[in-house]
Write a protein that binds this ligand. Structure first.
Ligand SMILES: Nc1ncnc2c1ncn2[C@@H]1O[C@H](COP(=O)(O)OP(=O)(O)OP(=O)(O)O)[C@@H](O)[C@H]1O
Ligand SMILES: [Mg+2]
Length: 326
């Protein structure tokens, strides 16, 4: 399975040894936005979701863990003297000083400026960091990179909801197949995962994505090139710049649904399960070829793939309003 090559197992081992449990009493919800491919609109979605949640439910901590492409400070036009790599291991007060506020209640913890700073961030620090923030905010929204790095996996492990944006393109669909089958093989309850399809008229639609993934698309939100580009360059998320735009109202519905979601993390032990899976793969000979057939080589958007069904992807239909045409 190709995804093995994207995981740093030595780093995961270190994280596994050093993690500490999420403290009792933490009841903030941790929403991790994670696209299976680079350029999935993960950061754009995370920014507007944070704004919508803040409007809905009070202060939101937005944490930029997209280590190689940490741009939330640009998307919000914020000057952030302290960044996530400056505050790992900090107590609540020091952490609060690093958050930079923006109306209507988003507090940004910016990501590292460059690779040297990013390298100092270990996965073992992520759970405690997110827990600390969740104790002080009703919601924590986490922007991630598409790589299943140690940091990303530790963020997924802490999540109470994982939101997966999908662009209507074949590589994105296959990447999402891979991600879902990987998470399911790791024993993650896929009910915590919701997909969000960016809708582009005339392109791959929700019905086709549903067939490919073997589960319903949870949200559909319009792709809006001009509006998003303007918002990115102005440093103002669409949810703030144009709250009545269908893209903003679609994301507002996701936020409203999140307000009723459970707050317990469901993915505890994810790092350990990844390590166990890696060691099982390595004990087989030859491992890479042996695991390869799990994922479709060619994504067929007209028929569900037997290989998708064979890994047992489930249909998740959470309660709540949907911006769908179903
Ligand atoms: N809903 C959307 N409508 C139109 N364009 C979008 C939308 N979402 C993202 N884009 C465009 O795609 C670009 C990349 O989006 P974004 O940075 O959110 O992706 P990403 O998945 O976070 O990428 P990376 O892997 O680099 O972190 C944006 O700058 C914007 O131009
Ligand atoms: Mg990004």
């Amino acid at each position: 399975m190709r995804v093995v090559g994207r995981i740093d197992s030595a780093a995961l081992k270190r994280a596994s040894g050093k993690r500490r449990a999420r403290p009792a009493g933490t009841d903030g919800r941790i929403v991790v936005v994670h696209g299976a491919k680079g350029g999935s609109g993960t950061s754009v979605l995370a920014a507007s979701l944070a704004a919508a949640l803040a409007r809905h439910a009070g202060p939101v901590a937005l944490v930029d863990l997209a280590l190689a492409s940490a741009d939330q400070d640009l998307l919000w036009n914020l000057n952030c003297p302290l960044r996530v790599d400056d505050v790992l291991g900090a107590d609540g007060h020091e952490l609060a000083d690093a958050l930079v506020g923006h109306p209507p209640g988003v507090r940004l913890l910016a990501g590292p400026l460059g690779p040297a700073e990013a390298e100092t961030i270990s996965g073992s620090a992520i759970g405690p960091l997110l827990s600390e923030l969740a104790e002080r905010h009703p919601y924590v929204v986490v922007d991630t990179s598409s790589e299943l790095s140690e940091v990303t996996v530790c963020a997924l492990e802490a999540a109470t909801r994982i939101l997966v944006p999908i662009v209507p393109e074949l590589p994105a669909l296959r990447g999402t197949q891979r991600l879902l089958s990987m998470l399911e093989r790791l024993g993650l309850d896929l009910a915590v995962v919701q997909t969000c399809l960016w809708v582009r008229p005339g392109e791959i639609d929700a019905a086709a994505v549903t067939r490919v993934l073997g589960r319903a698309v949870d949200w559909q939100v319009p792709w809006a090139t001009k509006v998003v580009q303007e918002s990115v360059n102005a440093g103002q998320p669409v949810a703030i710049a144009q709250p009545r735009h269908p893209l903003a109202t679609g994301i507002a519905r996701i936020a409203a649904n999140l307000a009723g979601a459970p707050s317990a993390p469901v993915a505890s032990g994810l790092v350990d399960r990844i390590l166990a899976l890696l060691s099982r793969w390595r004990s087989k000979s030859p491992p890479a070829q042996a695991e390869e057939p799990v994922l479709a080589k060619n994504v067929d958007v007209t028929e569900p793939r037997a290989s998708v069904r064979s890994v047992g992807l489930v249909t998740v239909a959470p309660a709540g309003p949907r911006m769908t045409d179903r």
